[in-house]
Design a protein around this ligand. Structure first.
Ligand SMILES: [Mn+2]
Length: 330
Protein backbone atom coordinates (compact mmCIF):
# COMPACT_ATOMS: atom_id res chain seq x y z
CA UNK A 1 0.00 0.00 0.00
CA UNK A 2 1.28 3.44 -0.84
CA UNK A 3 1.72 6.29 1.59
CA UNK A 4 -1.12 8.34 0.15
CA UNK A 5 -3.15 10.22 2.74
CA UNK A 6 -6.71 9.45 1.68
CA UNK A 7 -8.34 11.07 4.70
CA UNK A 8 -9.43 14.31 2.92
CA UNK A 9 -11.07 12.23 0.16
CA UNK A 10 -12.67 9.90 2.72
CA UNK A 11 -14.07 12.94 4.50
CA UNK A 12 -15.74 14.10 1.29
CA UNK A 13 -17.25 10.63 0.86
CA UNK A 14 -18.47 10.55 4.46
CA UNK A 15 -19.92 14.04 4.48
CA UNK A 16 -21.58 14.29 1.05
CA UNK A 17 -24.38 12.18 -0.31
CA UNK A 18 -24.72 12.98 -4.00
CA UNK A 19 -21.84 12.45 -6.40
CA UNK A 20 -20.99 12.75 -10.06
CA UNK A 21 -18.11 10.68 -11.45
CA UNK A 22 -16.44 11.52 -14.74
CA UNK A 23 -13.39 10.67 -16.82
CA UNK A 24 -11.58 11.62 -20.00
CA UNK A 25 -12.64 11.84 -23.64
CA UNK A 26 -12.31 8.58 -25.56
CA UNK A 27 -12.39 6.54 -22.36
CA UNK A 28 -10.83 3.07 -22.14
CA UNK A 29 -10.77 0.31 -19.56
CA UNK A 30 -8.96 2.24 -16.86
CA UNK A 31 -11.29 5.23 -17.14
CA UNK A 32 -14.52 3.23 -17.23
CA UNK A 33 -13.33 0.57 -14.75
CA UNK A 34 -12.28 3.23 -12.25
CA UNK A 35 -15.57 5.11 -12.62
CA UNK A 36 -17.75 2.03 -12.34
CA UNK A 37 -15.83 0.73 -9.30
CA UNK A 38 -15.95 4.09 -7.53
CA UNK A 39 -19.65 4.59 -8.32
CA UNK A 40 -20.54 1.12 -7.02
CA UNK A 41 -18.50 1.64 -3.88
CA UNK A 42 -20.25 4.94 -3.19
CA UNK A 43 -23.67 3.41 -3.84
CA UNK A 44 -22.93 0.52 -1.51
CA UNK A 45 -22.39 3.23 1.10
CA UNK A 46 -25.87 4.56 0.42
CA UNK A 47 -24.77 7.47 -1.75
CA UNK A 48 -26.43 8.57 -4.94
CA UNK A 49 -24.07 8.57 -7.93
CA UNK A 50 -24.27 9.58 -11.56
CA UNK A 51 -21.52 8.72 -14.06
CA UNK A 52 -21.34 11.33 -16.81
CA UNK A 53 -18.71 11.18 -19.57
CA UNK A 54 -17.70 13.53 -22.38
CA UNK A 55 -17.51 10.63 -24.88
CA UNK A 56 -19.64 7.53 -25.39
CA UNK A 57 -18.51 4.23 -23.89
CA UNK A 58 -16.57 2.30 -26.56
CA UNK A 59 -17.89 -1.12 -27.47
CA UNK A 60 -14.92 -2.90 -25.89
CA UNK A 61 -15.79 -1.38 -22.50
CA UNK A 62 -19.49 -2.12 -22.48
CA UNK A 63 -18.96 -5.26 -20.42
CA UNK A 64 -18.10 -2.90 -17.56
CA UNK A 65 -21.44 -1.12 -17.86
CA UNK A 66 -23.86 -3.84 -18.97
CA UNK A 67 -26.92 -1.83 -17.98
CA UNK A 68 -25.74 1.25 -19.86
CA UNK A 69 -26.00 3.55 -16.85
CA UNK A 70 -23.15 5.83 -17.96
CA UNK A 71 -24.64 9.10 -19.22
CA UNK A 72 -23.18 10.89 -22.24
CA UNK A 73 -22.65 14.58 -21.47
CA UNK A 74 -24.99 16.89 -23.34
CA UNK A 75 -24.39 20.63 -22.99
CA UNK A 76 -28.12 21.33 -23.30
CA UNK A 77 -28.77 19.16 -20.25
CA UNK A 78 -25.82 20.39 -18.16
CA UNK A 79 -28.07 21.90 -15.47
CA UNK A 80 -30.12 18.75 -15.15
CA UNK A 81 -27.01 16.50 -15.03
CA UNK A 82 -25.53 18.51 -12.18
CA UNK A 83 -28.75 19.05 -10.26
CA UNK A 84 -28.29 18.12 -6.60
CA UNK A 85 -24.65 17.04 -7.08
CA UNK A 86 -22.48 17.87 -4.05
CA UNK A 87 -19.12 16.57 -5.27
CA UNK A 88 -17.54 15.62 -8.58
CA UNK A 89 -14.92 12.88 -8.82
CA UNK A 90 -12.60 13.22 -11.82
CA UNK A 91 -10.70 9.99 -12.46
CA UNK A 92 -7.89 8.98 -14.84
CA UNK A 93 -7.30 12.52 -16.08
CA UNK A 94 -6.01 15.77 -14.67
CA UNK A 95 -6.07 18.23 -17.53
CA UNK A 96 -9.00 20.33 -18.69
CA UNK A 97 -8.52 19.47 -22.34
CA UNK A 98 -9.00 15.79 -21.55
CA UNK A 99 -12.50 16.59 -20.27
CA UNK A 100 -13.50 17.76 -23.75
CA UNK A 101 -16.97 19.29 -24.00
CA UNK A 102 -17.63 18.61 -20.29
CA UNK A 103 -14.73 20.86 -19.16
CA UNK A 104 -16.64 24.16 -18.99
CA UNK A 105 -19.45 22.69 -16.92
CA UNK A 106 -17.06 21.02 -14.48
CA UNK A 107 -15.00 24.20 -14.22
CA UNK A 108 -18.09 26.19 -13.27
CA UNK A 109 -19.10 23.65 -10.62
CA UNK A 110 -18.41 25.49 -7.41
CA UNK A 111 -18.76 22.74 -4.84
CA UNK A 112 -16.26 19.98 -4.20
CA UNK A 113 -14.08 18.60 -6.98
CA UNK A 114 -11.82 15.63 -6.33
CA UNK A 115 -9.27 14.36 -8.86
CA UNK A 116 -7.74 10.88 -8.72
CA UNK A 117 -5.17 10.31 -11.43
CA UNK A 118 -1.81 8.90 -12.47
CA UNK A 119 -0.89 11.13 -15.43
CA UNK A 120 1.98 13.55 -15.50
CA UNK A 121 1.71 17.36 -15.66
CA UNK A 122 -1.72 17.87 -14.11
CA UNK A 123 -3.55 21.19 -14.38
CA UNK A 124 -3.12 22.42 -10.83
CA UNK A 125 -6.56 24.01 -10.57
CA UNK A 126 -8.60 21.10 -11.94
CA UNK A 127 -9.54 20.06 -8.42
CA UNK A 128 -8.57 21.61 -5.10
CA UNK A 129 -8.51 18.08 -3.74
CA UNK A 130 -6.21 16.04 -5.97
CA UNK A 131 -4.53 12.71 -5.49
CA UNK A 132 -2.07 12.43 -8.37
CA UNK A 133 0.35 9.53 -8.21
CA UNK A 134 2.34 9.13 -11.38
CA UNK A 135 3.84 5.89 -10.08
CA UNK A 136 0.46 4.15 -9.96
CA UNK A 137 0.06 1.73 -12.86
CA UNK A 138 -3.60 2.68 -13.29
CA UNK A 139 -6.14 5.12 -11.93
CA UNK A 140 -8.00 1.96 -10.95
CA UNK A 141 -5.12 1.06 -8.64
CA UNK A 142 -5.63 4.37 -6.81
CA UNK A 143 -9.37 3.76 -6.59
CA UNK A 144 -8.61 0.30 -5.21
CA UNK A 145 -6.33 1.82 -2.57
CA UNK A 146 -8.93 4.43 -1.69
CA UNK A 147 -11.63 1.78 -1.20
CA UNK A 148 -9.23 -0.35 0.85
CA UNK A 149 -8.26 2.66 2.92
CA UNK A 150 -11.94 3.40 3.51
CA UNK A 151 -12.35 -0.13 4.83
CA UNK A 152 -13.99 -1.67 1.76
CA UNK A 153 -15.70 -4.02 1.34
CA UNK A 154 -14.90 -4.85 -2.28
CA UNK A 155 -17.81 -6.70 -3.85
CA UNK A 156 -17.18 -8.90 -6.90
CA UNK A 157 -18.47 -6.32 -9.45
CA UNK A 158 -16.15 -3.70 -7.93
CA UNK A 159 -13.24 -6.15 -7.98
CA UNK A 160 -13.91 -7.00 -11.63
CA UNK A 161 -14.02 -3.34 -12.67
CA UNK A 162 -10.78 -2.59 -10.82
CA UNK A 163 -9.05 -5.66 -12.26
CA UNK A 164 -10.11 -4.59 -15.77
CA UNK A 165 -8.65 -1.12 -15.15
CA UNK A 166 -5.34 -2.66 -14.08
CA UNK A 167 -5.34 -5.16 -16.92
CA UNK A 168 -5.90 -2.51 -19.59
CA UNK A 169 -3.41 0.09 -18.35
CA UNK A 170 -0.64 -2.47 -17.77
CA UNK A 171 -1.27 -4.23 -21.10
CA UNK A 172 -2.10 -7.43 -19.22
CA UNK A 173 0.65 -6.89 -16.68
CA UNK A 174 3.47 -6.61 -19.17
CA UNK A 175 4.12 -2.86 -19.61
CA UNK A 176 6.88 -1.15 -17.63
CA UNK A 177 4.31 0.25 -15.17
CA UNK A 178 3.64 -3.30 -13.95
CA UNK A 179 5.13 -3.42 -10.48
CA UNK A 180 4.72 -5.26 -7.20
CA UNK A 181 2.08 -2.77 -6.08
CA UNK A 182 -0.08 -3.43 -9.16
CA UNK A 183 0.43 -7.19 -8.99
CA UNK A 184 -0.37 -7.26 -5.27
CA UNK A 185 -3.63 -5.43 -5.92
CA UNK A 186 -4.38 -7.84 -8.79
CA UNK A 187 -3.67 -10.82 -6.53
CA UNK A 188 -6.06 -9.48 -3.92
CA UNK A 189 -8.73 -8.93 -6.56
CA UNK A 190 -8.26 -12.52 -7.80
CA UNK A 191 -8.60 -13.66 -4.19
CA UNK A 192 -11.98 -11.88 -4.26
CA UNK A 193 -13.02 -14.22 -7.10
CA UNK A 194 -12.08 -12.24 -10.20
CA UNK A 195 -11.29 -14.81 -12.91
CA UNK A 196 -8.20 -13.72 -14.88
CA UNK A 197 -9.03 -15.75 -17.99
CA UNK A 198 -12.52 -14.30 -18.29
CA UNK A 199 -11.33 -10.81 -17.42
CA UNK A 200 -8.74 -11.00 -20.20
CA UNK A 201 -11.28 -12.25 -22.71
CA UNK A 202 -13.77 -9.51 -21.76
CA UNK A 203 -11.14 -6.80 -22.04
CA UNK A 204 -9.19 -7.88 -25.12
CA UNK A 205 -10.70 -10.76 -27.03
CA UNK A 206 -14.29 -9.83 -27.47
CA UNK A 207 -13.48 -8.40 -30.92
CA UNK A 208 -15.58 -7.82 -33.99
CA UNK A 209 -14.63 -9.35 -37.33
CA UNK A 210 -13.79 -5.85 -38.55
CA UNK A 211 -10.68 -6.00 -36.34
CA UNK A 212 -9.08 -8.53 -38.71
CA UNK A 213 -10.70 -7.20 -41.91
CA UNK A 214 -9.15 -3.77 -41.34
CA UNK A 215 -5.76 -5.11 -40.29
CA UNK A 216 -4.31 -5.95 -43.74
CA UNK A 217 -5.46 -2.56 -45.12
CA UNK A 218 -3.79 -0.67 -42.29
CA UNK A 219 -0.59 -2.71 -42.26
CA UNK A 220 -0.18 -2.28 -46.02
CA UNK A 221 0.77 1.33 -45.14
CA UNK A 222 3.61 0.20 -42.89
CA UNK A 223 6.32 2.83 -42.81
CA UNK A 224 9.74 2.63 -41.23
CA UNK A 225 12.86 4.71 -40.78
CA UNK A 226 16.02 3.39 -42.40
CA UNK A 227 17.28 1.72 -39.24
CA UNK A 228 13.86 0.38 -38.28
CA UNK A 229 13.75 2.29 -34.98
CA UNK A 230 10.47 3.98 -35.86
CA UNK A 231 7.52 2.02 -37.28
CA UNK A 232 4.10 3.34 -38.15
CA UNK A 233 0.85 2.50 -39.88
CA UNK A 234 -2.09 4.66 -40.89
CA UNK A 235 -5.82 4.12 -40.94
CA UNK A 236 -7.92 6.24 -43.30
CA UNK A 237 -11.66 6.76 -43.33
CA UNK A 238 -11.76 4.99 -46.67
CA UNK A 239 -10.22 1.86 -45.12
CA UNK A 240 -12.84 1.91 -42.39
CA UNK A 241 -15.56 2.02 -45.02
CA UNK A 242 -14.02 -0.81 -46.98
CA UNK A 243 -13.66 -3.04 -43.91
CA UNK A 244 -16.95 -2.02 -42.29
CA UNK A 245 -14.84 -0.96 -39.33
CA UNK A 246 -14.43 2.01 -37.03
CA UNK A 247 -11.46 3.31 -35.10
CA UNK A 248 -12.19 1.09 -32.12
CA UNK A 249 -11.23 -1.85 -34.32
CA UNK A 250 -7.63 -0.56 -34.42
CA UNK A 251 -7.17 -1.34 -30.73
CA UNK A 252 -4.08 -3.53 -30.38
CA UNK A 253 -2.52 -2.60 -33.74
CA UNK A 254 0.14 -0.45 -32.14
CA UNK A 255 1.13 -3.28 -29.81
CA UNK A 256 1.87 -5.41 -32.88
CA UNK A 257 4.33 -2.74 -34.06
CA UNK A 258 5.88 -2.55 -30.61
CA UNK A 259 6.58 -6.27 -30.75
CA UNK A 260 9.09 -5.87 -33.58
CA UNK A 261 12.75 -6.34 -32.65
CA UNK A 262 14.80 -3.13 -32.69
CA UNK A 263 11.83 -0.75 -32.60
CA UNK A 264 12.21 2.31 -30.34
CA UNK A 265 8.97 4.12 -31.14
CA UNK A 266 5.85 3.19 -33.02
CA UNK A 267 2.91 5.26 -34.13
CA UNK A 268 -0.63 4.72 -35.30
CA UNK A 269 -2.13 7.52 -37.41
CA UNK A 270 -5.90 7.72 -37.54
CA UNK A 271 -7.60 10.06 -39.99
CA UNK A 272 -10.42 10.98 -37.62
CA UNK A 273 -11.82 13.84 -39.69
CA UNK A 274 -11.15 16.15 -42.59
CA UNK A 275 -7.85 17.74 -41.61
CA UNK A 276 -7.66 16.01 -38.22
CA UNK A 277 -5.37 13.12 -37.39
CA UNK A 278 -5.19 11.32 -34.08
CA UNK A 279 -1.75 9.88 -33.39
CA UNK A 280 -1.09 7.17 -30.80
CA UNK A 281 2.52 6.63 -29.77
CA UNK A 282 4.38 3.88 -27.95
CA UNK A 283 8.01 3.76 -26.89
CA UNK A 284 10.04 0.73 -25.90
CA UNK A 285 12.10 2.79 -23.50
CA UNK A 286 14.70 5.18 -24.87
CA UNK A 287 12.35 7.99 -25.89
CA UNK A 288 10.16 10.08 -23.58
CA UNK A 289 6.91 10.36 -25.51
CA UNK A 290 5.13 12.53 -22.99
CA UNK A 291 7.41 15.45 -23.84
CA UNK A 292 7.24 14.74 -27.54
CA UNK A 293 3.43 14.59 -27.55
CA UNK A 294 3.24 17.73 -25.40
CA UNK A 295 5.21 19.62 -28.05
CA UNK A 296 2.24 18.90 -30.36
CA UNK A 297 -0.33 19.80 -27.70
CA UNK A 298 -0.88 16.17 -26.68
CA UNK A 299 0.15 14.24 -23.61
CA UNK A 300 0.23 10.93 -21.78
CA UNK A 301 3.04 8.93 -20.26
CA UNK A 302 6.72 8.40 -21.10
CA UNK A 303 6.04 5.17 -22.96
CA UNK A 304 2.49 5.73 -24.17
CA UNK A 305 1.19 9.06 -25.39
CA UNK A 306 -1.07 10.62 -27.97
CA UNK A 307 -1.70 13.82 -29.85
CA UNK A 308 -4.13 15.32 -32.30
CA UNK A 309 -2.71 16.84 -35.46
CA UNK A 310 -4.55 19.50 -37.45
CA UNK A 311 -3.71 18.89 -41.09
CA UNK A 312 -3.77 16.11 -43.65
CA UNK A 313 -2.74 12.55 -42.94
CA UNK A 314 0.31 12.98 -45.19
CA UNK A 315 1.42 16.07 -43.25
CA UNK A 316 0.91 14.33 -39.93
CA UNK A 317 2.93 11.30 -40.98
CA UNK A 318 5.72 13.43 -42.41
CA UNK A 319 6.06 15.81 -39.46
CA UNK A 320 5.53 13.35 -36.63
CA UNK A 321 7.79 10.61 -38.01
CA UNK A 322 10.52 13.17 -38.79
CA UNK A 323 10.28 14.37 -35.20
CA UNK A 324 10.42 10.83 -33.89
CA UNK A 325 13.37 9.95 -36.08
CA UNK A 326 15.27 12.97 -34.78
CA UNK A 327 14.38 11.94 -31.25
CA UNK A 328 15.59 8.33 -31.53
CA UNK A 329 18.82 9.32 -33.27
CA UNK A 330 19.44 12.19 -30.82
MN1 LIG B 1 -5.14 5.30 -16.82
Amino acid sequence: MSAIDWSPVRRVIDEQSSFLVTSHVNPEGDAIGSEVALARFLRERGKSVRIVNPSPTPENCRFLDPKGEIILFDADRAGELLAGIEAIFIVDLSSWTQLGPFADTVRRFESIRVCIDHHRAPDAEIAPLSVIDETAAAAGLLVYELIRDAGGPISLPIAEALYAALLVDTGSFRFSNTDARALRAAAELVALNVRPERAYRDAFENRRGAFVRLLPLAFATLGTTSGGEVLWVSVTRRMLEEAGADFEDTEGYIELLRAVRGVEVCALFKEVGAGRVRVSLRSTGKVDLHRFAASFGGGGHAKAAGLTFEGTLEQAVRLVTAGLEALVSG
